[in-house]
Design a protein around this ligand. Structure first.
Ligand code: 7PM
Length: 277
């Protein structure tokens, strides 16, 4: 798959590192230190084997309150600009706002990662106009209330149907299928049971013939099984990524890049013909 100047072979599993852009910028010299911090985080993840750096400035945590456009721009654009110009990596912008999409792609982002699958006003047209690739994620409801009472006829069929509809909407707006990634949106308007049904039947999402991105890292679907708080979910997250990889997920959005890359290399080794087969 082509991402601006980078051609990435998705027949091997790839890792997207999650970059924290801290909400509280210090009043004096904050800009400089924020940028330096983002650069250091990105450098470590790239050294550890990430091919994507995902930069997000809006908290989509259940119950979180929306972030203003200016605040989201202030948090993300300097990081997108400095990382894109410093490293040969694929920068992804995690946003639903058309203005953030525009400015982020102008600053070097090659992928628009939208948890709302380009359903906000103007998002589809603006994303198409940038020429960037897009990741379409499924979410039931809105972050504020999505975990209240998630309901599906069949969660896998419903998610697949939604993603198929959004892919069609992208194509109608001029975004080619070859520019699209799909994502079932683990934790976004789903019960624990829904999340594990999606993982168990993940291969069904390949019927769309579009590369699959998954994000389960440190989420409550891991924490609720293990009864561990958010900073103690690494092993569980790696197990989940390993399962998704075996089921053919091409891109894994994670916090713990080094450990996940190692785990996915074990899956690749199993698939490699070492002349024993
Ligand atoms: C608080 C709660 C902060 C949840 C952040 C989150 C995904 C994503 C996120 C995903 C894609 C997180 C989420 N999750 N984008 N953005 N897929 N494509 O746990 O699963 O990182 S935000």
């Amino acid at each position: 798959m082509q991402f601006k100047s980078v051609n990435l072979d998705l027949s091997v599993p790839r890792v997207m590192g999650i970059l924290n852009v801290t909400p509280d910028s210090f009043s004096d010299g904050g800009q400089f230190y924020q940028k330096e911090h983002a650069l250091r985080q990105a450098e470590k993840m790239i050294k550890d084997g990430a091919h994507f750096i995902d930069i997000g400035g809006e908290s989509t945590r259940p119950g979180a309150k929306p972030v203003s456009l200016q605040e989201e721009l202030d948090r993300t654009i300097p990081a997108v600009e400095s990382i894109s110009s410093t490293f040969d990596t694929i920068v992804s912008i995690d946003t639903s706002k058309p203005q953030v999409m525009l400015e982020a792609v102008a600053a070097g982002a090659a992928l628009i990662n939208d948890v709302r699958a380009l359903q906000e006003d103007d998002a589809l047209q603006v994303a198409a106009s940038t020429g960037a690739n897009v990741c379409l994620m499924h979410m039931q409801g809105q972050p504020r209330s999505m975990q209240v009472s998630p309901h599906y006829h069949d969660v896998v069929d419903d998610v697949a149907a939604f993603l198929a509809e959004r892919v069609a909407a992208c194509e109608a707006a001029g975004i080619s299928r070859t520019q699209i990634l799909i994502d079932p949106g683990f934790g976004f308007g789903k019960t624990l049971s829904h999340n594990y049904q999606l993982l168990d039947r993940l291969e069904e999402l390949h019927s769309l013939k579009i590369p699959l991105l998954v994000g389960m890292s440190r989420k409550s679907m891991i924490g609720n099984v293990l009864k561990r708080d958010v900073n103690d979910r690494q092993a569980g997250s790696i197990a989940a990524a390993t399962i998704a990889c075996i089921k053919g997920a091409q891109i894994h959005r994670v916090h713990d890049v080094k450990e996940t890359v190692d785990a996915l290399k074990i899956v690749s080794a199993m698939r490699t013909d070492f002349e024993y087969k």
